[in-house]
Design a protein. Structure first.
Length: 568
């Protein structure tokens, strides 16, 4: 048989509620009471929404999904704390201690350990999760995560480094790019360093010389940057017989097989050439032969500039020397030394020009378009003469005022004055500077240019006179013919007597149309004067005494002359 006791409230003797029912809520004890369950006792069928604090407010909530909330009545995780978790002494969390079922991480808004604290903090407003490190309440460093990155912060929550969503690691910058200052190690293997000023990257090797940076491809080293002799930078291609360069004090030193090389390294190749070479000093090369000049040309190695001997240079083409400058500054073309007897051109440092050519012209000068000077001659910088062209005539002029020149025209040598043709103003020689002989095949126009002014003949000679009707002896004669005027001198002795005797053998026939007279004197006996009458178109002259006597005595000698006009 069962008994039922129905009450709403059970009180102690002082009237305090021990058990009280109000609606569906049963309260045990009152505020400040202690409820003890003896050891070994079991409380079954007990359900509760949580544990109240001393103000009868729910402090710990356990929901139907066995999620525990501290400071929250609706936990979203197995353990959710709304507020800080703090230990009063230095502690540590062992590996795996803060893990959920299956090793999943526990979502902690904030977790703090002791004086040297570790804060696990989440800022829901910005969706940033942080792991903070510090001491004595001062933040020293932190790890912070956003939606797609992990940031590292120091010194008052200042971001210093970051992993972004692509796995790129950045220091001093927050976005992957090639322009912002900072260092970036990209997930694809690229390393980017950017700095606004100063060195971007410093590589330091301590103690001994050698490589500082080595470059590899597919684990094989192929190049390096290093140091030699303490402070010389070296760049080397490591492969066998490959070259490099050493940056010495004021010099670039070639290298081969990672060592200094002499006369073993080319600068460029025949198909990979440098463009221009700019030097502020000298290009020093070894002397070479004419077949391989020191300075030659690509695809034409036997053409260039070389040094044949001390203090001399030459220019070679096709392996042969064509031009040379010697130690005295003389220039030779097609010859190697000073010698007027050797074919070639010599330009001497003193200003002389020597040109020698066997069987051909030594110089060609060509003026195009207009007439004028082709060669100008100067003294102390002032023009004193020129050789030029006037139409197709060669002209030689002295440009000084009132000075003469010559124009070599067609069949004419024309006088010039003041660099122009001159008429009747130029002398041929002067009183103290005469020409010796003039040989003319034509004539001389004297006093005018008409036919009557032409003197076309001058002749001197000897002739032998004779007597036409008596024998003669001691005969001699001379003549001078100027134009058509002949002066004939004679001497002849008669060896008999006769009348109407004529002197024969005059050198030229007299002009037709009239007779002409000359004179003679008998010099052997009487000393009397005689006329010589020359008929027209004749080469004889009759001897006539002054009194018209035409007889000639024996042993008479006649000396005289006749000037007559000839028919030529």
């Amino acid at each position: 048989m069962s008994s039922i006791l129905k009450v709403d409230t059970i009180q102690d003797q002082a009237g305090n509620n021990i058990i009280n029912e109000s609606g569906n809520v049963i309260t045990i004890g009152a505020s400040g009471d202690t409820i003890t369950v003896p050891a070994g006792a079991t409380v079954s069928g007990f359900t509760s929404v949580g544990i109240d604090d001393n103000a009868t407010s729910v402090a710990i909530t356990i929901d139907s999904s066995e999620r525990v909330g501290i400071g929250t009545s609706s936990p979203s995780q197995k353990l959710e704390v709304n507020g800080n978790i703090k230990t009063s002494t230095v502690g540590s969390v062992s590996s795996g201690a803060l893990q959920g079922i299956g090793g999943a991480p526990i979502d902690i808004d904030r977790f703090e350990l002791g004086v040297g604290f570790l804060n696990l903090d989440r800022d829901f407003a910005s969706e940033v999760n942080q792991i903070q490190f510090g001491k004595s309440g001062t933040l020293a460093a932190a790890f912070a995560t956003g939606q797609d990155y992990l940031a590292i912060k120091t010194n008052g929550n200042n971001e210093r480094a970051r992993f972004d969503a692509s796995g790129n690691f950045m220091v001093g910058k927050t976005a992957s790019n090639y322009s912002s200052p900072g260092v970036e190690a990209k997930s694809n293997g690229n390393l980017i360093a950017v700095r606004d000023s100063g060195n971007v990257v410093n590589f330091i090797r301590n103690t001994n010389d050698g490589s500082i940076v080595t470059f590899s491809k597919d684990t094989t080293n192929f190049g390096s940057i290093g140091v030699k002799d303490g402070n010389n930078l070296t760049i080397d291609s490591i492969a066998s017989n490959h070259c490099g360069i050493e940056f010495d004090g004021g010099s670039y030193i070639p290298r081969k097989n990672s060592a200094t090389a002499d006369n073993a390294i080319d600068l460029g190749t025949s198909s990979s050439r440098y463009k221009n070479l700019y030097l502020g000093g000298q290009a020093l090369v070894n002397s070479q032969s004419t077949g391989t000049p020191s300075f030659a040309f690509l695809n034409d190695p036997d053409t260039g500039i070389s040094r044949p001997t001390t203090n001399a240079i030459n220019i070679c083409t096709g392996g042969s020397e064509r031009l040379r400058v010697d130690a005295s500054g003389n220039l030779f073309v097609a010859k190697t030394s000073s010698d007027i007897g050797t074919d070639g051109i010599e330009l001497r440092a003193g200003g002389d020009v020597l040109i020698t050519n066997s069987g051909a012209q030594c110089m060609y000068l060509n003026r195009k378009s207009s007439d004028g000077s082709i060669l100008e001659l100067r003294k102390d910088g002032t023009a004193v003469g020129s050789i030029g062209v006037n139409g197709d005539n060669l002209v030689i002029d002295c440009p000084t005022s009132a000075h003469t020149g010559l124009d070599f025209a067609n069949d004419k040598l024309i006088p010039r004055r003041n660099s122009a043709a001159a008429d009747n103003t130029v002398d041929l020689g002067y009183s103290g500077g005469r020409f010796k002989d003039i040989y003319l095949g034509g004539g001389v126009f004297l006093g005018g240019t008409g036919t009557a002014n032409k003197l076309s003949d001058y002749e001197e000679g000897t002739w032998t006179p004779g007597l036409d009707s008596v024998s003669s002896s001691n005969a001699s004669g001379q003549y001078t013919k100027i134009g058509n005027v002949c002066t004939a001198k004679f001497k002849i002795s008669s060896d008999g007597t006769g009348s109407g005797v004529s002197i024969t053998g005059f050198p030229f026939t007299s002009q037709s149309g009239c007779e002409q007279q000359g004179g003679s004197r008998e010099t052997q006996t009487s000393g009397k004067f005689f006329f010589i009458r020359m008929a027209a178109s004749a080469t004889t002259g009759m001897i006539i005494r002054y009194d018209a006597d035409v007889s000639v005595g024996s042993n008479s000698t006649f000396e005289g002359q006749i000037t007559y006009i000839t028919n030529t």
